[in-house]
Design a protein around this ligand. Structure first.
Ligand SMILES: [Zn+2]
Length: 391
């Protein structure tokens, strides 16, 4: 090989290396990659297209129902596993309670279209901008029924400061997850030097055969967010400092695709009211067009800076609410009561001998206040009751 060729080859090599590094740094969201890995591990699992076919049928039913009857606001109970390596509370990865709370506030603003920057939504997109009518509450009790000192927070000292996605899904999540039928699990972790800001696990279709065993999916279900991209106070780094990483990842967790469909103009996000785009958008451009239309760079499902995002659409709302009402584990959260602590319960009734039905003199009834009401009775008798509104 002659000298000039060697130089040219070296230049080409360096260009390729720097391109691949740049491409890696631009992966803000690891949802699609982790989904591909999971599906490769389970080749018999239904494809995303299978999920899509199921979801489209369910969405049609949702639209028919919501056209005739007002749908209720959905509240999702949340636990945030704050993963650290022994830091005092409020330092480094061990995020302060105020920082966690600020993220829940942001989710409640963004999913109810109560965010302060709705006026930044361009006029042509205002008609499709939607209040998703989904809210989030901090869990008040842990899975054992103990009242949490810090609502919605589980601090976990994981013995290492930074985590790879494989370690998170193979070790961290299974070791720390709270029952995903009762809690929406969020983890805050330090991803180290990668450009990753977060990733989510997609919902599943109900009734589709061939998914990996439910417990396997259940052990990793939830959303992971870089600790410095969580909330809007405390240890946050611009431009991911307004909590929109979690808004984006919760969108995935509820079945949303990226706004550009992870491909060129031929790839869709399955929402008719989001214009096709040929790629993700970074930073915060004034306006941008592709695929023959103005891109919706303000959508939470793009890659724009936090300060540049401010909307979901009506079709995205249909997807998310349909998932909440039908998808395994998501639908179970609708009846979870872990955001409530029952201080008082008024019940009326009689304590009777179960064999004879006659009253028992001087019977004592012990009532313990738990998330799910438990009533014990001395003398081995059991009383069950429905939770009433009188609390
Ligand atoms: Zn994403």
């Amino acid at each position: 090989m002659s000298f000039p060729y060697r130089i040219i080859n070296s230049v080409i090599f360096l260009v390729l290396v720097s391109f691949s590094v740049t491409a890696q740094q631009q992966e803000k969201c690891g949802t699609m990659r982790m989904d591909s890995i999971r599906r490769a591990q389970h080749p018999n699992a239904p494809s995303l297209q299978d999920f899509e076919n199921w979801l489209q049928d369910e969405i049609e039913q949702y639209k028919q129902k919501s056209a005739t009857a007002k749908q209720q606001v959905i509240t999702i109970p949340v636990v945030v596993h704050v993963v650290h390596d022994g830091d005092p509370v409020g330092q480094n990865e061990n995020l302060s309670q105020a920082q966690v709370n600020s993220q829940i506030e942001i989710l409640n603003e963004d999913f109810r279209r109560l965010n302060s920057d709705t006026t930044d939504t361009p006029a042509n997109f205002q008609p499709v901008a939607a209040d998703i009518e989904i809210e989030f509450c901090l869990a008040r009790v842990d899975p054992q029924g103990n009242v949490l000192n810090e609502p919605g927070i589980d601090r976990y000292s994981g013995g290492q400061s930074t985590w790879s996605q494989n370690d998170i899904d193979n070790t961290l999540k299974p070791n720390t997850i709270w029952d995903p039928n009762r809690y929406f699990n969020i983890w805050t972790v330090d991803f180290g030097n990668s450009g990753l800001l977060g990733y989510a696990q997609f919902p599943e279709a109900s009734g589709l055969q061939g998914m990996p065993s439910g417990s396997q999916n259940a052990q990793t279900d939830g959303v992971v967010v870089r600790h410095t991209a969580f909330g809007r106070v405390g240890n946050v780094n611009a431009p991911a400092d307004k909590g929109r990483t979690a808004t984006h990842e919760v969108g995935h967790w509820l079945g949303l695709q990226h706004i550009w469909g992870d491909g060129d103009c031929s790839q869709d996000d399955f929402c008719n009211d989001t214009p096709d785009a040929d790629a993700s958008t970074s930073g915060c451009p004034n306006s941008q067009s592709s695929c023959g239309s103005v891109d919706m760079i303000e959508n939470y499902m793009d890659y724009t800076d936090d300060a540049c995002m401010n909307m979901f659409t009506a079709d995205q709302k249909s997807r998310m609410r349909t998932v909440m009402n039908n998808s395994p584990r998501r639908v179970d959260l609708l009846s979870s009561n872990v955001c409530r602590v029952l201080d008082k319960e008024y019940v009326s009734g009689q304590v009777v001998d179960s064999a004879t039905g006659t009253g028992i003199p001087n019977a004592q009834v012990l009532i313990s206040s738990m998330a799910s009401l438990q009533i014990r009775c001395l003398r081995g008798l059991m009383i069950s009751t429905q939770e009433s509104g009188a609390m």
